[in-house]
Ligand binder design. Structure first.
Ligand SMILES: *Cc1c(COP(=O)(O)O)cnc(C)c1O
Length: 240
């Protein structure tokens, strides 16, 4: 059974407290980091809870799942795509999402740009970078990032807000933490370098999840994407 609203609200309050502590420990103003509830595999109620609790956006990792879930959500919310995007779904993604965090190739950027243009909108995107050099993860190689950014900046239908990454898991908790530190520091350095050289702020640094958000905040994250710590373990949705 899915959690009730009160449980969600308590977890969200607790998480905000931990975020504040992580900010203070890093010498950062607490208002600098936002929380994106990740509703993937959870019912439409998960998104409704987020809206009721004052969140303005949720994250989904599959286009089709969001398409099926959105009609069940009546409160206003922005939807962000955080999972891998296939090129045959770019049109639907540009229609159904308010931002795409997983833009990781020039081809995808050009297709999103075309779709946004046809829809008469400007679509915010983040460039997903495989900053942890994880062979199992999507995201552009850091060495390709300058070219990817040039492509994105040349797309009139896109607005480039910043960068996103996922840290690779390790074999042990210590190794996982070590990978997370290295990955987040690498993304932060890459952002600073790209922002300077391309003259664009890339203000959004989307990094950190349930298990590693404190490390991400220490490294400069502006947006953590959290599912499990808010909604509990994932269930398949819709139920098979
Ligand atoms: C599922 C997912 C998250 C949330 O992960 P949790 O560990 O449940 O907090 C964050 N980012 C991406 C890209 C995801 O797919």
């Amino acid at each position: 059974m899915f959690i009730d609203y009160e449980t969600f609200r308590q977890r969200a309050d607790r998480l905000r407290q931990l975020m504040r502590q992580a900010c203070l420990a890093a010498g950062r103003p607490p208002g600098e980091v936002s929380l994106l509830p990740v509703t993937k595999t959870h019912p439409p109620a998960a998104a409704e809870y987020a809206a009721r609790a004052g969140f303005t956006a949720v994250g989904e990792n599959r286009v089709q799942e969001a398409v099926e879930k959105q009609p069940g959500v009546s409160l206003p919310l922005r939807w962000e795509l955080i999972g891998h995007l296939q090129s045959n779904k770019t049109r639907t993604a540009a229609t159904r999402f308010d931002r795409v965090q997983s833009a990781d190739s020039g081809k995808l950027l050009r297709q999103l740009d075309r779709a946004a243009g046809e829809l008469g909108r400007r679509l915010p995107v983040l460039l997903q970078i495989n900053a942890g050099q994880d062979p199992a993860k999507f995201g552009a190689d850091p060495a390709e990032a300058p070219r990817l950014l040039d492509t994105a900046l040349a797309c009139p239908g896109l607005q480039v807000d910043g960068l996103m990454t996922i840290a690779p898991l390790g074999a042990t908790p210590d190794e996982t933490a070590e990978h997370a530190r290295r990955t987040f520091a690498a993304l932060r350095l890459l952002r600073d370098d790209l922002a300077g050289r391309h003259g664009t702020p890339l203000a959004e640094l989307s990094m950190g999840m349930s298990g590693d958000f404190a490390l991400a905040i220490a490294a400069g994250s502006t947006l953590i994407r959290v599912g499990t710590a808010l909604y509990g373990p994932r269930d398949p949705w819709p139920a098979a």
